[in-house]
Design a protein around this ligand. Structure first.
Ligand SMILES: *Cc1c(COP(=O)(O)O)cnc(C)c1O
Length: 402
C-alpha cells in the first residue's frame, strides 16, 4: 500500500530527540527557543511563538486580540473545521464565504461583500500550500471606505485601526508571494506541525507575528509566552535558576506550550526543509506531466507570476465527475493499494455547521471543486516509481468509472 503522507522519521530525527530526552530538559526550553528563532529567520516575520497546535495557537491569539461575542470573523467554507471551530469557541460568529474561480482559496470579492462593521478579522486559508492573493486582501482591508467602517473593540484593535488579516498557513510553510514567505505575508500567521503537514513536530504549531511597526513585538512575544503557560510570569526554565522560584499570575492563561522533544524534531525538519520542498515540487511536476493531456483531468494551480506553492497537496480534479463518481474512483484507486484523500469536506456539509444554519448551496464554487477533487500522495520519500504507480492507478480508476 502506498501511504498518503507518512512523516519522514529517520536516524537523524531519532538522534536529535534522544539528545533532547537525555539533556535533562524535556519541556519548553532551549530547543523550543531556537526553533522559534529559526522560524522567524526563515519566514522573515517579526517574532514567533511555538505552541502545541495550530488550533491552540489561534485560539489563544483570538483571545489576546479580544475577539468575542458580537464580533464576526470571515473565513472560507472550503477548509478544515479547525479554522471555524476556534472562531466558535472565541464567541464570535464565523462568516463563511465562497472560494474563487482559479484556485481553492477564499474569494477576495466574496470577502468584500461579507464585511460589516462587526468584522474584526479575516482568516484566509492557503489551501494545499498555495498562498492566497494577499496583495489583494491586504489592499482591501486598507481601503478608506472599509477602514471607516471598522469599529475597534479594544486597544490592540484601535492601534491597528482596521480589520486584521490572519493566514491559516497550516499547509503553506515555505510558500511565497512576491518573493516573501508565509509568516510575513499578513499580520498574523498560524502554522500547523501536525504529523500530516509538510513540516512536522508530531503535534505542534507556531504563531508568527508581523503586525505594523507601532506594535512592540518583543513585548508581544513575552506576553504571548506567558499566556500559553497559564499566565505565569516565569516559565519552568526561568524558575530553575537559583532562588528564582516565586512567580505571579496576573490573568488566567492557557496551557499549550511546545516541548523541547517536539522542537528537536522541528529543528531537523527545518534544516532539511528545502530538500523536502524540492522533492514535492518534482512530484508535482511529474503529476502535471502525467495528467496534463488527459481531457478528464483538471490539474491544480500551484504557481503564478508572483505566487509559489510549497507543494503540500496535489488536488487533482476529475472533470464532470459527480460526488458519487469521485467516491467510486477513489475506491477503485484504494483497491489498487494507493492511498488518496479529499481536502476538504466543506464546512457546511458537517453536522456542527449545518446545525448552525450554514447551507452548502450558498457556496457553489466550494461544492464545484470539492465534489470532483482527489488529493494524491506527495512527500519526500515517495519514489518516482511510486509516483508512476499512483498515476496508473488513477488513470485506470477513472477509465473504469467514467
Ligand atoms: C491541519 C489544519 C489545521 C489544524 O492544525 P492543528 O495543528 O491540528 O491544530 C488548521 N487548518 C487547516 C487548513 C489544516 O489543514
Amino acid at each position: 500500500m502506498i501511504p498518503f503522507s507518512p512523516p519522514r522519521i529517520d536516524q537523524k530525527v531519532v538522534d536529535e530527540v534522544s539528545a533532547a530526552l537525555l539533556s535533562g530538559w524535556i519541556t519548553t526550553g532551549p530547543r523550543t527557543k531556537l526553533f522559534e528563532k529559526r522560524i522567524t529567520e526563515y519566514c522573515g516575520c517579526k517574532t514567533t511563538v511555538a505552541v502545541n497546535s495550530w488550533t491552540m495557537g489561534m485560539q489563544v491569539f483570538l483571545h489576546w486580540w479580544g475577539i468575542g461575542e458580537g464580533d464576526e470573523v470571515i473565513l472560507p467554507a472550503y477548509t478544515y473545521c479547525a479554522s471555524a471551530n476556534v472562531i466558535v469557541h472565541s464567541g464570535a460568529k464565523p462568516v463563511m464565504v465562497d472560494i474563487g474561480h482559479d484556485d481553492f482559496n477564499i474569494s477576495i470579492e466574496a470577502v468584500r461583500k461579507a464585511i460589516t462593521p462587526r468584522t474584526k478579522a479575516i482568516i484566509a486559508v492557503d489551501l494545499a500550500g498555495f498562498p492566497c492573493d494577499y496583495n489583494a486582501l491586504n489592499a482591501l482591508v486598507r481601503e478608506p471606505e472599509i477602514m471607516n467602517m471598522f469599529l475597534a473593540g479594544n486597544e490592540h484593535q484601535e492601534k491597528l485601526g482596521r480589520i486584521l488579516v490572519i493566514s491559516d498557513a497550516a499547509h503553506s510553510f515555505g510558500a511565497e508571494e512576491n518573493g516573501k514567505r508565509t509568516g510575513s505575508l499578513t499580520d498574523i500567521t498560524s502554522f500547523s506541525f501536525h504529523a500530516v503537514k509538510n513540516l512536522t513536530t508530531a503535534e505542534g504549531g507556531a504563531v508568527c507575528f508581523n503586525l505594523p511597526d507601532n506594535f512592540d513585538h518583543d513585548a508581544i512575544y513575552k506576553e504571548f509566552c506567558t499566556l500559553i503557560l497559564h499566565g505565569q510570569n516565569k516559565d519552568a526554565l526561568a524558575k530553575t535558576q537559583k532562588g528564582n522560584w516565586r512567580y505571579d499570575v496576573e490573568e488566567p492563561g492557557f496551557k499549550c506550550n511546545m516541548t523541547d522533544l517536539q522542537a528537536a524534531i522541528g529543528l531537523v525538519e527545518l534544516e532539511r526543509y528545502q530538500e523536502n520542498l524540492d522533492r514535492r515540487k518534482e512530484i508535482f511536476r511529474q503529476y502535471d506531466l502525467a495528467f496534463h493531456h488527459e481531457d478528464w483531468a483538471i490539474t491544480p494551480l500551484h504557481t503564478t507570476d508572483n505566487r509559489m506553492s510549497c507543494y503540500h497537496l496535489y488536488q487533482l480534479r476529475i472533470k464532470g465527475a459527480t460526488e458519487q463518481q469521485r467516491d467510486a474512483i477513489m475506491q477503485a484507486i484504494f483497491d489498487q493499494d494507493v492511498s488518496v484523500n479529499v481536502h476538504f469536506l466543506p464546512l457546511p456539509t458537517l453536522t456542527a455547521y449545518k446545525k448552525r444554519g450554514y447551507r452548502m448551496e450558498d457556496y457553489p464554487e466550494t461544492w464545484n471543486k470539492y465534489s470532483n477533487e482527489i488529493s494524491l500522495p506527495v512527500y519526500f520519500n515517495l519514489t518516482d516509481e511510486q509516483v508512476s504507480t499512483v498515476v496508473e492507478a488513477v488513470k485506470k480508476a477513472v477509465n473504469t468509472i467514467l
